[in-house]
Design a protein around this ligand. Structure first.
Ligand code: TEU
Ligand code: CA
Length: 556
């Protein structure tokens, strides 16, 4: 395998609105990120992905972009981004921005022009169709945020446009070569500024079926999930290959795709040696228990399920390329609240889950606050929701017959709001996120879970993350963790998540994902514990006894 500069990186995701507010307006900003670069450097990261900071009406928190060439004044300026790139570089960190090109904002000038003249050149930047003669939309596709994926075109009541997500996010028509040129030009413009690369949003949906038709209804609303179009969408590789060749490859840029639902057997096209992307995220765990009906119907992911997902994903990528490994992101509940049973949630369990995913094959991504052990919120009423999907899923649950309490519970468990609360820097005002009023509420556990406190405590979750990063970057083990094979170890043993990363030396990672102790056989007679979340060090042999939620990394 040809070695690439991103293979051995540790990545960190920032959700800028909630990371750090430098000017007291309650909204995180680019200057706030600059102020925290030393914190990130000390954590050991080399790639820094920012969720969108472009001008946006924020209907979907910046994933609705109205100008691909700017920075929203709420977040800062282009000069600030230039400074961020330069300051990050000094610390060995490359900036990765979010590329959101399945759709733009309905406030983007392309869409305005399309509304002015749907038959003109900008009309074909979008998917504009006529309503059916009875007034019904062209197809029964449901948008991901609820309701029809078709919305009346402003100024043209007989026509409508397609939106996979929010109605303020019209889908862009990639079949149009002029649109593709605009996108490649934009990517190159940013990469020329010295970016490390892009995280590529919702990219699987850029290819639509040749013929638009209904799919069987999957809820009582008579509509069908937008994801069903993927079955009939063929040939996305032409677009992605072009993007790779025209934009990413010439800059040797890192690209990580948000790809949910590539065709069976197609992984090599995406992340193989000449793949469209450097990597794509592993969503196997996130997808576990998914229900088309909505969050209220999801099946929780127990530790044993989690293990099966991890092993499946690792197997899938074997010999092909690198997944980007996560336990959470800005679209998901907090990993510790999701994969650790609620009554067993504690610092040891948080560290154990961390060790389980961090040393797998692939590029580990840390989502802001994850390194502190930040947890889900508890919602008491809909007044506490912020994200559009929280409202939609709450209504969906009620419509399906859930009580208000059950509907709130499903939002508490899966809402994207969980991940979007302000970063917990201190135990002081607004968790040290802002001197003003934070745009969204702080998780009440900030007095216990915060960076200031954890920096002082050598046993904190934060220090454990730092140790994990240091170990992964250690010259002696680097090649093993980056390129070593992933071999499941004692996979039959319940709630033991263990694997060997082969190399010289080989390493065993063994995680006890339950509160009861259990033992794991040590594959070598003489071995040494390199890292543990419980007091343990030095030589081991025979069997290793793991206390409840103990994780060890052992040199073989
Ligand atoms: O997400 C795309 C996606 O497919 C989902 O994870 C989505 O958030 C979910 O189906 C909604 O319930 C990406 C971004 O990560 C997300 O924040 C954006 O909202 C979305 O694209 C649209 O840009
Ligand atoms: Ca601010």
């Amino acid at each position: 395998m040809k070695r690439k500069w991103w293979h051995d990186q540790i990545a960190y995701q920032i959700y800028p609105k909630s990371f750090y507010d430098s000017n007291g307006d309650g909204i995180g900003d680019v200057r706030g990120i600059i102020e925290k670069l030393d914190y990130l450097k000390d954590l050991g990261i080399g790639l820094l992905w920012l969720s969108p900071i472009y001008p946006s009406p924020l209907a979907d928190e910046g994933y609705d972009i109205s100008d691909y060439y700017g920075v929203d004044p709420r977040f800062g300026s282009l000069e600030d981004v230039g400074e961020l790139i330069a300051e990050a570089k000094k610390r060995g960190i490359r900036i990765v921005m979010d590329l959101v090109v399945n759709h733009c904002s309905d406030e983007h000038e392309w869409f305005r022009k399309a509304c002015e003249d749907p038959d003109g050149p900008y009309g074909s930047y979008f998917y504009i169709r006529h309503f059916q003669s009875d007034g019904a939309p062209p197809t029964n596709w449901r948008s991901f945020f609820g309701g029809s994926a078709w919305e009346a075109l402003p100024g043209h009541p007989d026509r409508c446009y397609l939106h996979a997500f929010h109605k303020k996010q019209p889908d862009l028509n990639w079949e149009n070569a002029a649109l593709r040129e605009e996108i490649f030009k934009n990517i190159n413009w940013w990469l020329d500024k010295g970016l490390g690369g892009f995280r590529v949003d919702a990219i699987i949906y850029i290819k639509k079926p040749d013929v638009f038709h209904d799919y069987p209804a999957d809820r009582s609303d008579g509509m069908s999930s937008f994801a069903n179009i993927l079955k009939d969408a063929h040939g996305i590789g032409d677009f992605l290959g072009e993007m790779q060749a025209r934009a990413f490859a010439p800059h040797d840029a890192f690209s990580v795709g948000e790809v949910l639902g590539e065709k069976p057997g197609a992984l090599a096209e995406f992340i193989g040696e000449n793949g469209y992307f450097s990597s794509i995220f592993d969503f196997e765990e996130d997808n576990f228990g998914f229900s088309e009906k909505g969050w209220y119907d999801r099946t929780p992911c127990l530790p044993e399920d989690y293990k099966q997902c991890v092993f499946r994903a690792q197997k899938k990528a074997e010999g092909i390329g690198f997944f980007s490994n996560i336990i959470e992101n800005h679209d998901e509940a907090r990993g510790v609240s999701r994969y650790i049973p609620a009554d067993e949630l504690c610092a040891d369990a948080k560290k154990a889950l961390a060790a389980a995913y961090f040393f797998m094959r692939g590029i580990p991504f840390i989502y802001q606050g994850q390194e502190l052990g930040m947890e889900n919120l508890v919602f008491h009423s809909t007044d506490e929701f912020s994200d559009c999907s929280s409202f939609d899923q709450y209504e969906t649950a009620l419509a399906a017959g859930c009580t208000e309490e059950e509907a709130l519970d499903s939002v508490s468990r899966y809402s994207r709001d969980n991940a979007r609360t302000p970063m917990q820097w201190t135990g002081g005002h607004a968790a040290g996120f802002t001197t003003g009023t934070p745009w969204y509420r702080v998780n009440p556990n900030y007095t216990e879970v915060n960076a200031e406190k954890e920096l002082k405590d050598p046993d904190s979750v934060l220090h454990f993350y730092r140790k994990m990063a240091a170990l992964r970057r250690d010259q002696r083990y680097k090649d093993t963790f980056v390129y070593g094979e992933f071999i499941p170890w004692m996979p039959e043993q319940k709630n033991l998540l263990a694997y060997i990363r082969s190399g010289s030396p080989s390493v065993l990672v063994a995680v006890n994902m339950q509160k009861e102790a259990q033992t794991v056989a040590c594959p070598e007679t003489a071995a040494t514990i390199l890292l543990s979340n419980r007091p343990a060090e030095g030589p081991v042999s025979g069997t290793i006894r793991l206390a409840g939620w103990q994780a060890v990394v052992v040199e073989l």
